[in-house]
Design a protein around this ligand. Structure first.
Ligand SMILES: [Zn+2]
Length: 297
């Protein structure tokens, strides 16, 4: 089933809702970075939340969110384009908490010990790349989605309820992921928003994840009065490319290039964001070197 973010309004309440299913994206992130269960759940919640924030942003561009922690997880990063391309990483891929007391494979896992204390930075860049805004807040709850909800309420001053969750099987493999973002329009029914938030905190989304639902089925189950505006496909997709890797090699001077040719070894470049591995053959480096020498006369 394809990952999708459905944007709706609740017309009677003047609330905007976005509901996303992100199972394939979170599983792709887990496979790319070889994430153990706690790292996978944390990054999956962040990817889902950032995907919701970016696809519902009023302006085209990218939204990047970084969590920096003084814990063994150290750092989480995700970014999303307005049209639903998601990427990111967990600095420590190997975190694997056992289920805590009261937790089951079907319940929400607590991430607090992995996420507190620390800070969140949110960077929004418009398509005109010169324009960007950055804001920082402390990590309040240590559950990713609740922290971003706090950020959106405090920093953006928009009444917001946000929940994102990732479920894994007994082997720690991601089996389902989804998220819900609700925001009030001016004069929106903030009491209803409060009730939505209370239900989310009470585990409403996580209970729906116990069975496989498409995004439109999640909308129907959670918001029967929703009117759909549009749907944006979401996917694990980085903006790195072999062309960009070669571009960075072209930035090196002839001395460095000559040394690389002398060593006659392929150059391996790993993308931090999506873990894709690029291998540049010595013949390719020789080509860049020759072009540089020629250009210098
Ligand atoms: Zn990449």
């Amino acid at each position: 089933m394809e990952d999708l973010c459905i944007r709706c309004t609740l017309p009677q309440s003047r609330l905007e809702v976005a509901v996303a299913v992100t199972t394939q994206t979170c599983r792709a992130a887990q496979e790319a970075h070889k994430l153990q269960v706690t790292s996978a759940v944390a990054l999956g919640r962040l990817l889902t939340s950032v995907g919701l924030m970016s696809t519902t942003a009023k302006r085209n561009g990218t939204t990047s969110v970084q969590f920096v922690m003084r814990t063994t997880l150290r750092q989480l990063f995700a970014d999303a384009t307005h049209d639903g391309h998601l990427r990111g990483f967990a600095k420590n891929p190997n975190l694997s908490f056992p289920l805590f007391e009261g937790e089951t494979l079907l319940s929400r896992r607590s991430l607090t010990p992995a996420l507190k204390p620390g800070e969140i930075s949110v960077i929004r860049m418009s398509d005109r790349a010169a324009e960007y805004t950055q804001s920082t807040t402390p990590i309040t709850k240590g559950e990713v989605d609740e922290d971003l909800e706090f950020f959106l309420n405090q920093s953006d001053q928009i009444p917001t309820a946000l929940s994102a969750d990732v479920m894994a099987d007994a082997e720690g493999v991601v089996i389902r992921a989804a998220g819900v973002l609700t925001q009030a329009l001016p004069d929106g029914d903030v009491e209803r928003l409060e009730r939505i938030r209370t239900n989310l905190r009470d585990g409403q989304l996580t209970r729906h994840l116990s069975r496989e639902l498409a995004a439109h089925e999640l909308v129907e189950a959670m918001f029967p009065d929703a009117r759909t505006i549009d749907a944006v496909p979401l996917g694990w997709q980085c903006r790195c490319s072999m062309e960009k890797v070669l571009g960075s090699i072209r930035m090196l001077g002839p001395t460095d290039l000559a040394e690389m040719i002398e060593a006659n070894r392929e150059v391996v470049v790993n993308c931090d964001l999506c873990a894709h591995r690029y291998v540049v053959e010595p013949s390719e480096i020789a080509k860049i070197f020759k072009a540089q020498i020629k250009a210098r006369g």
